[in-house]
Design a protein around this ligand. Structure first.
Ligand SMILES: [Ca+2]
Ligand SMILES: [Ca+2]
Length: 285
C-alpha cells in the first residue's frame, strides 16, 4: 500500500535531497552578470550626461501686489476769497487764480479727492463759474474741474420776502472732485530673468525702483472764478412773472445791499483733501 499517491518501483529506495540555496557555482555567475550590467549603466549615464543638453533651471518668480493706501490730510481746510477780473470774465482762465499748496508725503499717489463748498454771496444773481486745477510737484497740470455753484430752487414765499431774500440760500452744497493722477498697476507675477540666486529682498528692491512714481512733495490746488453771473437781464419783452420778479429783486438787491457793484466775487472753501497711493509688496510666487 502506498502513501500519498507516491509511486516508486518496488524495491528501489527514493532519495530526497534537501538544500537551502542554489548550487554554489550558480551564485558566482549571477554576481558577475550583475556587475557587468551595473558597469554598463554607469558608463551609459556618463555618456548621457555628456551628450544631452544641460538641464534648464527656471528663473525665479515673485508675486507683486499694489495695495491701495488712503490718506486724509489733517487740517486741510483752506478758505480763499476769489475775485473776478474787472470785466467779470477771466480770459484764458487763471488770471485771478489763487494757489493753495498741499504737501503730500508719499510717492505713487494715483488719486486725489478734493472736498470743497461754494456759497453764492449775491444770492439773487446768476450762478458763478469756477475752475479747480490740480498741479503735481513738478508743476504739471493733472486735471481741471469745474464745480458748479448750486443755487436754490425754492423761492421764499412773497409775504416773507425782503430785499436780498429772493432765494433761499442758507445751505452750501458740498462738492467732491476726484482727480485721477495715474493708474494703479495690476497685481502680477514677475519672472526675474538671469537672477537665479535673487532673494526676495533683492527682487523687491529692483521692482520697487521700477514701479515708484515720484509724487512726494508740494502739490498745488489752483482755483479761480471763470465767470461771475450777475443779475439776469431781459433780452426782450417777457410776460413770465417769475423772470420779471427775478430781474426786479436782483436789481433791488444790487442797489440796496451790494452798493450797485454787482457780484464782485465769491468765497471758496477747500474743506478737505484726501489722496490714495499704492504700496509695492513683493513675495515669493
Ligand atoms: Ca453770481
Ligand atoms: Ca458771487
Amino acid at each position: 500500500m502506498s502513501e500519498g499517491g507516491a509511486t516508486s518501483p518496488p524495491g528501489q529506495k527514493r532519495v530526497v535531497v534537501l538544500r537551502e540555496g542554489p548550487p554554489k557555482g550558480r551564485g558566482k555567475v549571477l554576481d558577475g552578470t550583475l556587475g557587468v550590467v551595473g558597469a554598463l549603466l554607469i558608463l551609459l549615464s556618463a555618456l548621457l550626461v555628456n551628450v544631452l543638453p544641460e538641464t534648464q533651471v527656471p528663473d525665479p518668480q515673485f508675486r507683486v501686489e499694489y495695495p491701495a493706501v488712503p490718506v486724509e490730510l489733517a487740517s486741510s481746510v483752506r478758505s480763499v476769497d476769489l475775485f473776478p477780473a474787472t470785466d467779470g470774465v477771466l480770459a484764458g482762465g487763471a488770471g485771478n487764480a489763487v494757489d493753495v499748496p498741499y504737501d503730500l508725503e508719499h510717492n505713487n499717489v494715483y488719486e486725489v479727492v478734493l472736498f470743497l463748498s461754494i456759497l453764492e454771496d449775491f444770492e439773487e444773481s446768476l450762478p458763478d463759474t469756477f475752475r479747480v486745477e490740480l498741479l503735481d510737484p513738478q508743476g504739471a497740470s493733472v486735471a481741471i474741474s469745474s464745480p458748479q455753484q448750486t443755487h436754490p430752487t425754492e423761492e421764499i414765499p412773497d409775504e416773507q420776502k425782503g430785499v436780498g431774500d429772493y432765494f433761499e440760500t442758507t445751505q452750501t452744497t458740498p462738492h467732491r472732485i476726484t482727480f485721477n493722477v495715474a493708474a494703479r498697476p495690476d497685481d502680477a507675477i514677475v519672472t526675474f530673468e538671469d537672477g537665479r540666486n535673487a532673494t526676495v529682498e533683492e527682487a523687491e528692491a529692483a521692482i520697487v525702483a521700477r514701479d515708484t512714481r515720484p509724487t512726494q512733495g508740494a502739490w498745488t490746488v489752483r482755483v479761480w472764478v471763470e465767470e461771475v453771473g450777475q443779475c439776469p437781464t431781459l433780452d426782450g419783452p417777457t410776460t413770465d412773472p417769475a423772470t420779471l420778479r427775478h430781474v426786479q429783486f436782483c436789481t433791488l438787491a444790487d442797489q440796496q445791499v451790494h452798493d450797485g457793484e454787482g457780484d464782485t466775487g465769491n468765497p471758496f472753501v477747500l474743506s478737505r483733501l484726501e489722496y490714495t497711493y499704492y504700496d509695492v509688496i513683493v513675495s515669493e510666487a
